[in-house]
Every structure is written in structure tokens, then in C-alpha cells.
Unconditional design. Structure first.
Length: 300
């Protein structure tokens, strides 16, 4: 057994190398879609690998102590691999998803109705807001494909922009492109809002359709996904804005003044003040996406 304990770091390294490629399966902006459908009829409490393990493993059971150690080692490796694969199958591609098991309905998160928010901000238009989210979804997917999120900087909080750019950097480093095509927003529903610290938080659900796949930039080889099958995706977006900000009817967004130099700026065009060069925090001026959850995926 002492020999086996000394080999545990080696086992961990091997398993770590196995995990990396399995986690790279996810697709689309933020890596919410993937090889396996989830949500809806997906039973998040169980594990369905889409196949089965061949458990006809054999190992030497002779009386030789050397071969016995090898047999014990092989058995432990197999058990560890099975446990790890089961865990990965439950969580693979779901680092950004909310499974049906963990998903909380709006009423359980103290979300208040949209008509209440319009008492605080009478110029807020739910229809215009939903149209804005539809347009943003398409832009997010397009910029993900070209591997440049800089034009989206005004629409994401600092933390979420950094998180998405880190994920996208994996595609840049691996010389891969995630193609997202036939993008369609099928519906947007405003779930509600709440006060959170110094911010207002708006929660929306988007139902969309996409075709997405990954190719190698150097060879053009299709690596993951399908360029023919459609995926129907449901997401939940959380957007934040500094509490007390009022919607400007003239622009459909908000009044925008650089807090550093006082110049009027268009935050929806650039996140940097063209007069003083300061980086502007979008949630101070208008709604910015702070989080996206993948609720379900259905492939047809």
C-alpha cells in the first residue's frame, strides 16, 4: 500500500491531463452550450453518459505479492477514473450553467415585478429593453466568433468582461474558432428586479436558436459540435445598474457624463472617454451584464 500512496501524485497528474480536454467541449459565447443537452427533461440528479462502461476489467489475482500490488493499483486506478468521469459527466460543460436541480424560480430570489420598477424609473420601457437584449445576444455571439470582445466592453461589468475574455483566450491560444451561425432570438422575458447593495439588478430569460461548432484555424478541421444541427438554448441574464439612475428617453439608455472630466460621452460606443482617456464603468451609466446562466439546451 505504501507503493500505491507514493503513486497518488502520478495518478492525480494523469487524471488532470484527462480532465482538460473533456472540459474544452463547451461552445458558444461564454461556453454555455455543449455536446450534451441539459435542463428541461434532463435529470440533474442522475448520471447518463449516453453509453455504458465496459466493466469486464481483469487483473492478476495470483499469490505473488508483486502482482498483488499491481492488481490493487490497477483496481484503485479504475475506481478513481470511474468516480472522476462520473463527476465530469455531471459537471462537464456546466461551469457556467445552472442545472435544473440548482435553479431557483424568480419568486424564491425575491424578484419584484417589472411594473414596480417603472414607478422608480418611469421612462424605463420593457419592450425597448427586451429589444436591446436581443441585439446584444447576437452581438455577443458574433464577437465571440471573431475572438475580440473589446466592442462589448460597454455592455459587461469589469469582472464579467475579464471572465469571458479569459475563456475566449483558450480559443486564441489553441488556434481554434468557435463558429456560431443561424442565430435567432426566439423570445425575451423580464423575470423581475431587485435592489442589491448600491445597484439595481434586472433578471431576464432569453430563448434562442443557434448552430455552433469549433474548427482548427490552421487545418480547417471540425473539432467539436455540428454545422448542421440546431441548438435551442435558454439563458438567464443578470444586468446591473447603479441605483437611482434614470433612463433617458432621448437615447433609450441613460444620461452619460464622464465622472473624471465632465465631458458628454456615448458609453454605448466606447468604454473609454475620448477626452481624458479614462476607462468608464458601464454599470454607472446604463445596464451592464454581470452574469449569464445556461438554463437548458435541446439539440435537434
Amino acid at each position: 500500500m505504501k507503493k500505491i500512496l507514493r503513486l497518488i501524485p502520478v495518478i492525480a497528474l494523469i487524471l488532470g491531463l484527462m480532465i482538460v480536454p473533456m472540459k474544452s467541449r463547451a461552445l458558444d459565447f461564454g461556453d454555455f452550450s455543449g455536446d450534451s443537452d441539459y435542463g428541461g427533461g434532463w435529470d440533474s440528479g442522475g448520471w447518463d453518459s449516453g453509453g455504458s462502461w465496459d466493466d469486464d476489467y481483469s487483473y492478476s489475482g495470483s499469490s505473488s505479492s508483486g502482482s498483488g500490488d499491481i492488481g490493487d493499483f490497477a483496481f484503485i486506478v479504475v475506481v478513481i477514473i470511474i468516480i472522476v468521469v462520473i463527476g465530469i459527466s455531471k459537471s462537464s460543460g456546466t461551469s457556467n450553467r445552472s442545472s435544473t436541480q440548482n435553479y431557483q424560480p424568480p419568486q424564491e430570489r425575491n424578484l419584484r415585478p417589472i411594473n414596480e420598477y417603472m414607478q422608480y424609473d418611469p421612462s424605463f420601457s420593457p419592450s425597448e429593453f427586451k429589444e436591446k437584449l436581443s441585439n446584444l445576444y447576437v452581438r455577443f455571439q458574433n464577437q465571440w466568433q471573431v475572438k475580440d470582445l473589446s466592442p462589448l466592453r460597454p455592455y459587461l461589468t469589469d469582472a464579467y468582461f475579464a471572465q469571458m475574455d479569459r475563456q475566449l483566450n483558450n480559443y486564441r491560444m489553441n488556434h481554434q474558432t468557435n463558429y456560431i451561425e443561424r442565430i435567432s432570438v426566439l423570445g425575451v422575458e423580464l423575470m423581475g428586479w431587485r435592489h442589491e447593495g448600491n445597484n439595481d439588478v434586472m433578471v431576464a430569460r432569453l430563448n434562442t436558436r443557434i448552430v455552433d461548432y469549433v474548427k482548427d484555424d490552421r487545418t480547417g478541421t471540425l473539432l467539436r459540435g455540428s454545422n448542421t444541427r440546431e441548438k435551442f438554448m435558454t439563458y438567464e441574464w443578470s444586468l446591473v445598474r447603479t441605483a437611482g439612475i434614470q433612463t433617458s428617453r432621448s437615447t433609450g439608455t441613460t444620461s452619460q457624463t464622464c465622472p473624471y472630466c465632465g465631458a458628454n460621452v456615448d458609453i454605448n460606443q466606447s468604454a473609454v472617454c475620448e477626452y481624458c482617456g479614462s476607462v468608464l464603468h458601464t454599470d454607472t451609466f446604463d445596464w451592464a451584464v454581470s452574469n449569464i446562466k445556461g438554463i437548458s439546451q435541446r439539440t435537434v
